[in-house]
Design a protein. Structure first.
Length: 369
């Protein structure tokens, strides 16, 4: 199968992305909006997503790797870019050449950033995520070292572990982290009075005004998915990606006939089976077989049988009239129906982030709007 929009493609609604950026910018109030476009814009295309986000109200961009910062610069993006992930070896010089600011949390990184003449360093505090960052007790010494090195500290940051949990035993942990972070902020600002502070991801930006601080870093909501796993449209967000294909084959099966590997599905009555040339190699998870639905002609039809590497099958129904070439929406809206990333995530036992990021590279992205 060739990589062409005829087999499958993901339509990227840039107008929807601009809308979401505007909504998040308004939610941030006086705080600036950093649009996180790491992982190829959460699978939506980094450069196109960055441009749309900036048009919608973002003023900063966030990435995970130096290579992602370089991609933005090669695409003509001039806005401030922060590399959120770890940097090693020759990447320090590359970050400087890309005019990227960086996160640092220990002496080696600080020294490397200063030596490479990085123009902006954001000191990262681990207030409870347990991953990257200096623990609060180490912040006074780290800030003092940064000052002694003449480091250009242009921010102080942390990351929330449970901002998307509004109920249950972890619901209050975000506020505990925020309290720890405010203490660390004061210690950093003893040496760097003007350093902006940022902590809020999409979930925190949408639920906790106290967490907005000087800047918010929004990713998943920018792409029209809910960080809480509920209906994004109810929150005013517009899903950006529509994943589409078409019926490639139609055949009639009889009662008790099986379809697909392992004979996991057998027809309860005679029906028409449509083949869709998309499979788990494209990011449509094998676990969705016999569980998910797609939209054909604006109606929901079930995915039946085991999802294969390159194709899946759907039960069109015995009275159906769709033929080869009929449009299939694997994720998105059509005819008044919707298949959301959140729905697919729930069926897979995961989160919408993994669904959109997992749409494979042989599915072309087609920006519109």
């Amino acid at each position: 199968m060739t990589t062409t929009p005829d087999r499958a493609h993901a339509r990227i609604d840039l107008a929807a992305l601009r809308h979401n950026a505007g909504l998040l910018a308004r939610a941030a109030g006086s705080a600036r909006l950093m649009a996180v476009v790491k992982a190829d814009g959460y699978g939506h295309g980094a450069v196109a997503s960055a441009r749309a986000a900036l048009d919608g109200g973002a003023t900063w961009l966030g990435v995970h790797t130096v290579g992602e910062a370089e991609e933005l610069r090669a695409g003509g993006i001039a806005a401030p870019v922060l590399v959120l992930g770890p940097i090693t070896g020759g990447e320090w010089g590359r970050a400087a050449a890309a005019r990227a600011e960086v996160a640092a949390w220990a002496e080696p990184g600080l020294r490397a950033a200063v030596e490479a003449r990085i123009t902006g360093i954001h000191l990262k505090v681990d207030t409870g995520m347990g991953r990257l960052g200096a623990v609060p007790g180490d912040i006074p010494a780290l800030a003092a070292l940064a000052a002694s090195l003449g480091a250009p500290v242009t921010g102080v940051m942390t990351h929330f572990a449970t901002a998307d949990e509004t109920e249950g035993p972890n619901a209050g942990f975000m506020r505990e982290q925020l309290t720890r972070f405010r203490s660390a902020m004061r210690q950093v600002r003893e040496h760097f009075p003007g350093a902006p502070a940022h902590a809020a991801n999409s979930a925190a930006a949408l639920r906790e005004p106290d967490a907005l601080l000087d800047m918010v870093r929004c990713g998943i909501a920018l792409y029209g998915c809910s960080p809480f796993g509920d209906d994004p449209v109810a929150r005013g967000l517009r899903p950006v990606m529509t994943w589409m294909s078409a019926i490639a084959s139609v055949k009639t099966v009889h009662s008790r006939d099986s379809v697909g590997y392992g004979r996991t599905w057998r027809a309860a009555r005679g029906t028409r089976i449509g083949l869709v040339p998309v499979g788990y190699a494209d990011g449509y998870a094998r676990s969705l077989g016999n569980r998910a639905h797609v939209l054909v002609g604006g109606r929901r039809v079930p995915v039946v049988g085991t999802v294969s590497m390159d194709q899946l099958t759907v039960d069109l129904g015995p009275e159906s009239t769709e033929e080869v070439g009929a449009e299939v929406v694997l994720m998105g809206a059509g005819g008044g129906e919707r298949i959301t990333a959140e729905e697919l995530a729930e069926l897979r036992g995961t989160i919408s982030y993994e669904v959109v990021c997992g749409v494979g590279r042989r599915v072309p992205r087609v920006p519109v709007g």
